[in-house]
Structures are given as structure tokens and as C-alpha cells.
Write a protein that binds this ligand. Sequence first.
Ligand SMILES: *[C@@H]1O[C@H](CO)[C@@H](O)[C@H](O)[C@H]1NC(C)=O
Ligand SMILES: *[C@@H]1O[C@H](CO)[C@@H](O)[C@H](O)[C@H]1NC(C)=O
Length: 332
Amino acid sequence: MASFNRRMLFLVIFTASVFCFWANPSVAELPRLKQPAKAGDSLSFLVVGDWGRKGEYNQSLVAKQMGIVGKKLNLDFVISTGDNFYEDGLKGVDDPAFYESFVDIYTAPSLQKQWYIVLGNHDYRGDVEAQLSPILKGKDSRWICFRSFILNSGTVDFFFVDTTPFVDEYFTNPGNSTYDWKGILPRQAYLSQLLKDVDSALKQSKAKWKLVVGHHTIKSAGTHGNTVELEEQLLPILKANDVDAYINGHDHCLEQIIDSESGIQFLTSGGGSKAWRDNVKPWNKEELKLYYDGQGFMSVQITETKVDLVFYDVEGNVLHKWSITKDLNAAA
Ligand SMILES: *[C@@H]1O[C@H](CO)[C@@H](O)[C@H](O)[C@H]1NC(C)=O
Ligand SMILES: *[C@@H]1O[C@H](CO)[C@@H](O)[C@H](O)[C@H]1NC(C)=O
């Protein structure tokens, strides 16, 4: 009986300490999600960014073409690179913009798959917790949005990174905009924990392909150009961990840059609605494989040995294609 009580006591203490470990946010790891790949480990998805304008600025036309391409590719899921709701995110979980800019726009049967979503700077100007709330998933089961998370699918690991809190200007010179920093402060602790989590998750990853997704550019010839905070803080981690590509929005264009030094692909898909900024900056022609100023989206098909990228305009025309291959026996 005494030994039984001691065992019970041990169990209680053990359970309590496990609970404390999980309940303490400073040691919480990034959420990990899993999405099975199709037979043969092939995977296909679309990437769209900077879209939520209640169908305006050709958002609806882009959505229609996404539906057509999505059917051809037998999509597994869709990735949103953020700026999901203009101008100022969602006002709350009951904001009708959720229907007007998402549910009632991306209606094609092929797009009724999971959407893996990050937040953009415009989303941070509204109620961030609303976009993260499971209530939205209740309204439309496609909606999967976290600040930062990891998705494993077949031979690919995706690392979704919350990039808005990295940008100094939103803190030091916010203009007329108000940002919702609940859950972010103190900022330096948030950022260093996030960088540590991304680095260790990348190090643990045994996936053949490692793709990182964020809202802000790291390298771009567009209006916003490079995001220096990410070049300084996130890029070294991507380089150290052999990341294949960084996928983003923020610049309202379609763009492919292959960094000549690291070989990392910088893929911008931010053409979900308002575009045509007409101010592309000069860039090394060897690196800049595509710059398209207008609306559109990107498709990605991945097998163990090959990635096929295709960029489409607002009418579904193919603007540009690119393939990346990897030796089956090469280290991941
Ligand atoms: C929408 O796309 C059409 C081409 O299909 C183009 O003529 C028009 O200018 C675009 N509108 C906007 C607001 O970009
Ligand atoms: C802030 O709003 C005022 C009044 O609407 C406007 O005149 C000003 O240009 C705005 N400033 C910025 C930085 O957007």
C-alpha cells in the first residue's frame, strides 16, 4: 500500500511537471502540423498573397484562375503569404470581411482544401487574435492560421514565420496605423525565441526539401525591396540550414530571385489583388529570373527529386516556369 501511494505521488508530480512544461509559453515549441502527401509522395499547392479586397482589384479573377489551375494540379493545399484582409485586418471574429474576402471569393471546388496562412503587416493593423481564433475554422474549415508553425507533408517541411514583428518601422514610425502587438511584447524576447525555434526546427528536419514561408520579402526588386531586419536576422539561419526557398508576399508582384551566393530561391507571390506599382528596382539579371508587376499566383509541384514552379497572370496565362532538381542520394 505504501509503495502504491509513493507511485501515485510520483505520478502526480510527474504529470504536474509535464503540465507546467507545456503551459509555460517560453518553452513552447512551434505548432507542428502534418498533411499527408499524395501517392508517390508528390505534392502540389498554390501560393497567393496580398489578397483580401472583397473581390476588387481583380481578386475575383485571380481566384477564378486559381480554381482552374488547382483542378488541373489536383491540389493538396493552398498557402497564403499574408495581408489577408485590407486595409486593417479583421475587426473581430464576426467581421463580414472573412466572408467577403475569403469564403465567398475562393469558391472553386479545387480550392476547398486546407489553407495554410501567415499574417502580414496589414493583418497586424486589426484584431490579430481574431485571425488566429478557432472560431474562424468553425466558419470555414479551410482556415489554418498561426503566427509561426511547421508543416510536414511528404518529403517537404514548411516553416511558417511571423515576419511583421521584425520590422522596426512599425514600432518606431507607425504613421496613422495602429498595430496589435498583443502576445508579441516584449519584442526582443519574442523575436529571439522565434529565431531559436526556427533554427532548431530546421536543424531537426530530415525532409528532402525545406521551404520557409513569411509575409515580408528578404530579397526583392519591388516597391518594398529587401527587408533588412530579415536579411540580418533570419537569412543567416536559412543559409546555415540549407533551406531551398523562401516564399513571401508583401511586394504586390510575382518574382523569382536565385541568390548567387547561397543558391536560395526567393519567391514572391503577392499578386492576389491590387498590383501594378510600376517601380521595379534594378537587380542583377543573373539572379532575377522573373519580375511581373501585375496580379497572379504561383503553383508548386514537388516530388522527392524535383520542384516545378509556375507563375500565372490574372487570366491564367503561364508567365514563367522553373524546375529545381535534387539528387535522390544527396544529403537533405
Ligand atoms: C484586371 O485585369 C484586366 C485583365 O484581365 C485588366 O485589363 C485590368 O486593368 C485589371 N484591373 C486592375 C484593377 O488591375
Ligand atoms: C495621417 O492622417 C492624416 C489625416 O487623414 C493625413 O493628412 C496624413 O497624411 C496621414 N499620415 C500618414 C503618415 O499616413
